[in-house]
Design a protein around this ligand. Structure first.
Ligand code: CDT
Length: 306
């Protein structure tokens, strides 16, 4: 058995007026709560330090610079790093990153129990739109604010297992899981901000919870991996977002799920050896996969009709 006690540390809304210091205080409270439940790894949501700022458009992108982090840890986030190290708890944190060369990424880092930053992941699939769409009730201008990363999906040896990361919209794409599955991933950490109202097709609104569970449970099962999905939920600046943070087993079963749409911690003890029940049988990739007939997956982008 290789047990890893993991916590999904869901956040309720962060309003525009909430400063970073107050958010870091909330994160530390969640971290302490998770530690009291014996968690060794605490997973926070996507863009966990600020409100979901892509819901507003600014003509000059530098006006939005204040939403991004230029270093990590920063002076303001250091108390979180210090507390985690003191408690011997690792964590995964999502934030907006502005690099020294001026690139903007939607980023997540993984910090080990001894305080080392062991991995950084930058979001690959950037949803929403590039330009201002004034007719919308709110913007989802992630494609304006973030560059899609070309670094792809990696898996790191950490927490006595094989850990991968993805961010929000990545979880809807089977390729995200499979690229990590092919690197032996045993636990995928995924933060998200998912508005309940999907402006381009409101018929999907009532299905947000269903689709969230559908993609993460099938991604877990088809790749023999745990998946930890963590929301920033609730009504933020008038926009209601999905909660339903959950910890999913390689069987596809949900082991733990939040009950509120506010700050809440749920935990599960995950035996990483459970992954082998699937990786060595039905999803024995080496034995059963047929990459020679999957060529279109990497050679083609959109669908074509011949
Ligand atoms: N943050 C993020 O990626 N959210 C998207 C919302 C739908 S696209 C407007 C998601 O896939 O949940």
């Amino acid at each position: 058995m290789r047990n890893l006690n993991v916590a999904a540390a869901q956040l309720g809304p962060i309003q525009k007026s909430d400063d970073r210091k107050s958010v870091v205080t909330r994160l530390i409270e969640l971290l302490r709560d998770a530690h009291s439940k014996k968690a060794e790894l605490v997973v926070f949501p996507e863009l966990a330090l600020t409100t979901f700022f892509p819901r507003w458009f600014v003509e000059d992108i530098t006006e939005a610079d204040h939403w991004y982090e230029t270093e990590m840890p920063s002076t303001i986030t250091k108390p979180l790093f210090d507390e985690a190290k003191k408690l011997g708890v690792g964590f995964c944190l999502g934030y907006a990153e502005l690099t020294q060369s001026g690139e903007r990424f939607n980023t997540q880092i993984l910090v080990e129990r001894d305080g080392r930053v062991v991995a950084k992941y930058r979001k690959v699939h950037i949803p929403g739109h590039e330009q201002h769409e004034p007719d919308r009730p709110f913007q989802h201008a992630e494609r304006y604010y973030f560059t899609p990363s070309n670094e792809g999906f990696k898996v790191w040896s950490a927490f006595n297992g094989r850990i991968g990361m993805m961010i929000c919209n990545d979880r809807r794409w089977p390729e995200s899981y499979r690229v990590m599955g092919l690197q032996g991933v045993e636990m995928i950490l995924c933060g998200y901000n998912t508005p309940l109202h999907y402006v381009p097709d409101p018929s999907q609104d009532a299905l947000q919870g269903f689709h969230n569970a559908l993609v993460m449970q099938s991604g877990a099962y088809q790749n023999g991996t745990f998946v930890v999905g963590v929301a920033k939920g609730g009504v933020e600046e008038g926009v209601d977002s999905l909660a339903d943070s959950s910890i999913i087993a390689p069987s596809g079963e949900i082991l733990a799920k939040t009950e509120t749409n506010g700050d809440e911690v749920v935990t599960a003890v995950c035996d990483l050896d459970w992954c082998n029940n699937y990786k060595n049988t039905l999803f024995n990739f080496d034995r059963y996969r047929r990459p020679e007939v999957y060529g279109r997956i990497t050679s083609q982008r959109g669908s074509t009709i011949e």
